[in-house]
Design a protein around this ligand. Structure first.
Ligand SMILES: Cc1cc2nc3c(=O)[nH]c(=O)nc-3n(C[C@H](O)[C@H](O)[C@H](O)COP(=O)(O)OP(=O)(O)OC[C@H]3O[C@@H](n4cnc5c(N)ncnc54)[C@H](O)[C@@H]3O)c2cc1C
Length: 265
């Protein structure tokens, strides 16, 4: 079974406050914030590795990002994936979800035959949840989102369970297909020392614009139909007021203040 897992290198959430937005281009300026694996993508990697353990197969990690994103790919190789591919080129920078999905779909086409593409349900930074379904559209394959159980029926027939408003639904899906996964799907494993050693021998291939054979204006900022009109900083202020009196008096005062401010009717 050939599985491709799309893994996004996101700014380390612990240092996310250092990220700025370029006022001219309205794109992100990451500065020197280190990358981390997008949390939900760890569940996608674990799902792929579980399928490989039970059914056999080959797991390819695919990521689009700057050269430093290779560390995230390396981490997935240390967890047990077989091959890593990093789509990296200045031309890919500034991509919106559409251009990101297009570039990743072109990467998957170049990888060749595949049975399953796994994505996280959302990234921790952009969080549009569009990339998975858009990749599936470009590849012309079925997509099921927010998957929290995967069952193999027979042959290419699979059944998946997804969260659905106040319940769930079971969906029959035929491979090749793309699934976006939810965190309930599994518990990702931690890195092991032996995994890290084995990963040293595994290959990470870097593909640039030329290798993907796509037009420069169909990727990156140029290929992004999303237009950021404007952005601003949310001004928040807090007033602290200590209420005096007995519990009853304080409760009455609180109701008066909330009524006056319009918070309650
Ligand atoms: C006008 C505009 C300019 C932008 N400029 C920049 C910029 O300069 N720099 C920047 O970093 N971001 C930029 N962004 C954000 C960028 O659009 C998103 O990071 C990117 O398109 C992915 O969308 P998302 O994070 O919402 O993914 P989601 O759809 O929430 O992600 C779902 C899943 O898709 C997969 N996935 C998503 N992205 C990747 C990836 N790169 N590689 C592998 N798998 C992936 C993962 O499996 C992930 O869990 C810009 C956005 C806009 C609208």
């Amino acid at each position: 079974m050939k599985i491709v897992v799309c893994v996004k290198a996101v700014p380390d959430p612990k240092e996310a406050d250092k990220i700025k937005i370029d006022p001219e281009t309205k794109t992100l300026m990451r500065g020197d914030v280190p990358f981390a694996t997008n949390p939900l993508d760890k569940h996608a990697v674990e799902a792929a590795l579980q399928l490989k353990r039970t059914l056999g197969g080959f797991v390819t990690i695919l990521s689009m990002g700057p050269p430093a994103a290779a560390n995230v790919v390396k981490e997935c190789l240390a967890l047990g994936a077989d091959r890593g591919i990093l789509l990296s080129d200045r031309a890919f920078a500034g991509a919106d979800a559409f251009a990101t999905a297009y570039t990743l779909a072109k990467g998957i086409e170049k990888i060749g035959r595949f049975d399953l593409v796994l994505c996280g349900m959302a990234s921790s930074d952009g969080a549009t949840e569009w990339v998975g379904p858009q990749i599936a559209t470009f590849l012309n394959i079925p997509v099921v989102t927010m998957v929290n159980e995967i069952h193999h029926e027979s042959g290419d027939e699979w059944q998946v369970k997804t969260a659905w408003e106040d319940g769930y639904r079971r969906v029959a899906v035929q491979l090749p297909a793309l699934l976006t996964v939810a965190r309930e799907l599994n518990e990702p494993k931690n890195l092991s020392f032996s995994g890290i050693i084995k990963a040293r021998k595994k290959e990470i291939t870097a593909w640039s614009l030329a290798e993907l054979d796509v037009a420069p204006d169909s990727v990156g900022f140029e290929g992004s139909p999303t237009v950021v009109g404007d952005f601003g900083t949310l001004q928040t202020a807090r007033n602290v007021e200590f209420l005096e009196g007995t519990a009853e008096e304080k409760a009455k005062l609180l109701v008066d203040i909330l009524t006056e401010s319009g918070a309650i009717g």
